[in-house]
Design a protein around this ligand. Structure first.
Ligand SMILES: [Zn+2]
Length: 565
């Protein structure tokens, strides 16, 4: 058709002129980084973390508004701009009522995991359970040209929630076999294969983690009270990475030590830099996406707690790693051409034994006691045993039909609720039907449970622990393997740093109360795309208009008295 041909010809070279966009969006998540680590340690930082605080927009009152402050939930919230009731990643794992078994948030029976560098791995992981697209998916889908999405973490639930469904290279670490891993849900990345072969994690075998700073620079005692270090690590520095004491080479114990050390953060930094180089991230038309979730702070925090030299040290070293990463981006993408967002997926509670010693009310909320007391409370009512199918931290799941029966049996239900509330450390219990449809409420606790509630996946009952009473998920057969943890609606678990830097960002300190669900809408605004959920908002206070639109300074206006309207 000649007419159409003529029109096409006239359109050649006339794509709409795009306003400026960042060349690269860099999302950094520091697993388990409490917001107050910035306040406590930034005076000692000299590198990338310091630069983000000083050159960027620092949100000092950012916190998750929901109860299940866990890795999968936090990463999905940052990645989608939605709350768990919307994005569906309500927990790291939940009890699947149809399959009658516990599944992790990234389990997908339709895909197979693939180990890099010839490693054989098991399982299958993807973003199939995430109910809305990741920001990275939308970026790729809406910008129409050449966006590349690359994510790395030690954890599948972090790399996958950031990388979404359309990621080009989504890579995590299988610590059982020491292998970098992706799945058939994603392309196999040649550059990861090459890097994994040339730089096996086993290369750090035999190293010893020693303090980086002089002893006088550390805030806390050399050995943290109540710490539960990984096998082969003592309660204080130095920490040799030599695996099983009677082992002769890298084994699963070594990989666990490696994850609980700064070497894993350094590795993630190097492989991220390699991705920038090999894929020319930020160097072509369109906006690329790089997500790195630094997992080691979480492993170190679980083992040694927030009041430890180990936490202070691993952050001081991450500060150095980020110096390198940002310098690399300055060189390859150009300062001001890329946009960085740094946050955390959750905080952490101090080690209960440490708090008790100081005379404060703290302890462990024992999940096994919850199960035992509930079963016992139903004995007089002649319910089929077991009544409980699973207790996954806060979520109590009953066996098929049991909760329906309990709802019509007020005395038995009362007995169950009383039994749970009698367990040391339990503050209160919500019933599922109290949380549906995000009820209007003045209660911050009810709201926190409701915005994280999804009927199909959440428990029949939800337990709120007392402050400073973390979950103890150990059983007589498997002792507790962590010194402390997170996952509650208390502020120390919810509060995290949010830092933005680079393209379009107005530096400064911001004290507005915000949530990490605001990160994705803000990135979207700067990239000129639209997300589906509206749980978060654009952090407009920290954005600036393009330089051409800056109004000229107006001396008359500046001279007015502040009282004038
Ligand atoms: Zn954790």
């Amino acid at each position: 058709m000649p007419l159409a041909g003529a029109q096409n010809k006239s359109l050649v070279g006339k794509l709409p002129k795009m306003p400026p966009r960042p060349k690269l969006v860099v999302l950094l998540v520091v697993d388990q980084m409490r917001a107050d680590y910035v306040e406590k340690f930034r005076g000692q930082w000299t590198g990338g973390l310091k630069r983000l605080v000083e050159e960027g927009a620092w949100f000092r009152d950012a916190a998750y508004p929901y109860a299940a402050t866990e890795t999968c939930v936090g990463h999905a919230t940052i990645s989608t701009g939605a709350l768990p009731a919307t994005h569906g990643m309500i927990s790291n794992e939940w009890f699947d009522r149809e399959l009658q078994k516990t599944m992790t948030c990234t389990d997908d029976a339709k895909v197979k995991n693939l180990g890099y560098a010839g490693a054989s791995v098991t399982g299958g992981n993807s973003a199939s359970e995430m109910l809305v697209p990741a920001f990275a998916d939308e970026l790729k889908f809406q910008t129409g040209g050449g966006t590349r999405v690359v994510t790395f973490s030690l954890k599948a639930r972090a790399a996958i929630t950031m990388g979404g469904r359309l990621g080009d290279a989504v890579t995590w670490f299988d610590a059982d076999v020491g292998a970098w891993t992706t799945s058939s849900a994603y392309p196999v990345a040649a550059f990861v294969e090459e890097f994994a072969k040339a730089h096996p994690a086993a290369g750090d075998y035999g190293k010893t983690w020693v303090p980086m700073l002089p002893a006088s620079a550390y805030l806390y005692e050399a050995s943290a009270r109540g710490a539960v270090p990984p096998a082969g690590f003592g309660a204080a520095f130095p920490h040799p990475l030599r695996g099983n004491p009677d082992g002769t080479g890298p084994d699963a114990v070594f990989y666990s030590q490696w994850q609980t050390s700064p070497y894993a953060d350094t590795y993630l930094t190097r492989i991220a830099e390699t991705a920038v180089d090999k894929l020319d991230l930020g160097a072509r038309a369109g906006t690329d996406f790089l997500g790195v979730s630094y997992s080691s702070v979480d492993y170190v925090g679980h083992a040694f707690g927030p009041r430890s030299r180990e936490i202070q040290d691993v952050l001081a070293r991450l500060d150095q790693d980020l110096t390198e990463l940002l310098a690399h981006l300055d060189k390859k993408v150009g300062k001001g051409n890329y946009l960085v967002a740094l946050s955390a997926d959750h905080g952490v509670v101090p080690i209960p034994e440490d708090m008790q010693k100081s005379g404060m009310d703290a302890g462990w909320l024992n999940i096994e006691s919850v199960k035992e007391r509930v079963e016992k409370s139903l004995e007089p009512f002649h319910y089929r045993k077991p009544a409980i199918a699973d207790v996954s931290a806060s979520d109590v799941y009953f066996t098929l039909g049991t909760y329906e029966k309990l709802k019509n049996d007020p005395p038995a239900l009362r007995a169950v609720l009383d039994a749970i509330e009698s367990v040391p450390g339990v503050e209160r219990v919500y019933r599922a039907e109290e949380l549906e449809d995000r009820p209007a409420t003045q209660s911050p606790m009810l709201r926190a449970e409701a915005v994280g509630f999804l009927k199909a996946r959440s428990g029949d009952l939800l337990i709120v622990p007392r402050p400073y009473w973390p979950w103890n998920t150990s059983t007589p057969a498997s002792p507790r393997q962590y010194g402390t943890t997170h996952g509650t609606p208390h502020y120390y678990d919810q509060r995290v740093p949010v830092l933005l830097m680079g393209f379009g960002v107005q530096r400064g300190e911001y004290f507005q109360a915000i949530t990490p669900a605001d990160i994705a809408p803000t990135l979207a605004a700067l990239c000129g795309i639209t997300l589906a959920p509206r749980d978060g908002r654009v952090l407009a206070e920290a954005l600036r208009a393009p330089a051409t639109k800056d109004p000229a300074p107006n001396p008359a206006r500046a001279a007015r008295s502040p009282e004038q309207p």
